[in-house]
Design a protein around this ligand. Sequence first.
Ligand code: ATP
Ligand code: MG
Length: 582
Amino acid sequence: MSANQAVSQISQAEPGMRDYDLECRTFSWDREAKYLDGLPGNGGLNIAHEALVRHAAGKLAGIPAFRFIRSDLSQQDYTYGDMHRLSSRFANVLLALKLEKGDRVFTLLGRIPELYVSALGTLKAGGIFCPLFSVFGPEPVLQRLSRGDARILVTTTELWKKRVVPQADRLTFLKYVLLVDAPDHLDGGVLSYPLLLSQASESYQIAPTNPEDPALLHFTSGTTGMPKGAVHVHRAVLMHELTGRIVLDFHPGDIFWCTADPGWVTGTSYGIISPLVNGVTSIVDEEEFDAERWLTILQQQRVTVWYTAPTAIRRLMRLDYLPRERYDLSSLRLVCSVGEPLNAEAVVWGERALGKKILDNWWQTETGGILIANYCGVPVKPGSMGRPLPGIEAGIAEVTDTGMKLLEEADRQGNLVIRNGWPSMFRAYLHDPDRYQRSFRDGWYVTGDLARRDADGYFWFVGRADDIIKTSGHLVGPFEVESVLMQHPAIEEAAVIGIPDPVVGERVKAYLVIRQSVHWDNHLLNDVTAFARRNLGTAIAPKEYTVVAGLPKTKSGKVLRRLLKARELGLPEGDLSTLEKS
Ligand code: ATP
Ligand code: MG
């Protein structure tokens, strides 16, 4: 069979899950564990073994695990066998540097092979891996390295000089810096990564790993405040396997592209671990978003499963053509989105523009993996986040300082809560045990997001608890208002906040990004005002509009409503380490 025939076959593959209710009824974590190997000789569970070692010993050894796409669109493949050998070398380097179990290994790298090798080598060696986004400035880097108690940092000479050297006296806990582009060691603490790797053995036996041993440290996006460090354990791999199989619907031969950077949890859980555990090939683009480039990659690489974010989708929606009119996207079998609410309009646009409905799913840094999802092969309700994964119990609750009450009836709005104990649940907030304790009530994790569940069990995102607006006795979720505004043909993006008001409590204010081809004037303002009132009712429709060139967003693409509010009210702007510079 030719490569093209193989891709066309995989593009037509049947969904792995067809009957959601049956899957939920018959599900057990014990059954799920059968999809994994466990370490040989009763040695426990290690993510790197499940992701790499077992495949490298079998028929996937010669299959690309990663295909790196460079700036000039040239590509380089690393097979499962290559990744296994390289990460074993890296694990041996860590051993030689006296890394102890639970020590933290950080990377500050672009999406280049060394990042992926370091991740898997660290997991093999029993360290805790923490990837930092390479465009962080010196202060956010210092903050995270010091809060994370980094022992070893893998980076480039340029980043080391710019981000680390100026603060070296505040980084005394950092034992070694490994430079991926230095041919020789610089001194006893600043070493050449390629030299160390070339001298290390490529045979490494993973030490016994308890499933509860910490494996990953991830900082949250900082959308609502100071980023928090969430700690995850090796057991999380059960969730990575399950969600890869039934949400991303991985099949042997799939070409998968997760566009997130590993500096955000999506780029590690789904840019590294889940596709490897499920034995598929991942595309890794070293560049940032560019509409033409991304569409070219989808076409050239014959991507079958694409996992991206609403911010990218909305940018593609700006194009003055539908992508599939100019690009051959026929290989796409599934497109999924995460990170921000996906408005119904975007879901429907996907069908016209990409040939596939875009399936939204929900999770957080703290949850370690997808917990609520729309599934291919199962009816989708556009605008909804979908239904909980089998094995996951999600609810809507009224939460107080000391307890909570589940709201069983359909369509009640409340806190989205998840029953404790799923495998990829975070096990700590770094240096903040009190906050960790406060995140749980009566055996449930309180997510901080507000949602409602309809009579069919689908969950609908309302907003973050912090962003909810109380106006004239109504609780208004920004998403509901923003989704309606974005249906107006002149509006490309919208963000909504509440401004304190002596009469109505808070009045709704909207920030609008207007389509390039449109001129904003009083006539259009009146039209938008009338449109919003007609669709939302006068109580909920915004009372004020401001047109802006762009919305402030985190580097992971989330709208920073707290910053809009702080600026509006002249309050301190808070932590801006994750703010995307526009
Ligand atoms: P911080 O916790 O520091 O404020 P953050 O919550 O943005 O940052 P992440 O863990 O990266 O950090 O993001 C998780 C949040 O993203 C969720 O709690 C939710 O608010 C939002 N989110 C994720 N997926 C979806 C989705 N499908 N629909 C709506 N919101 C989503
Ligand atoms: Mg959060």
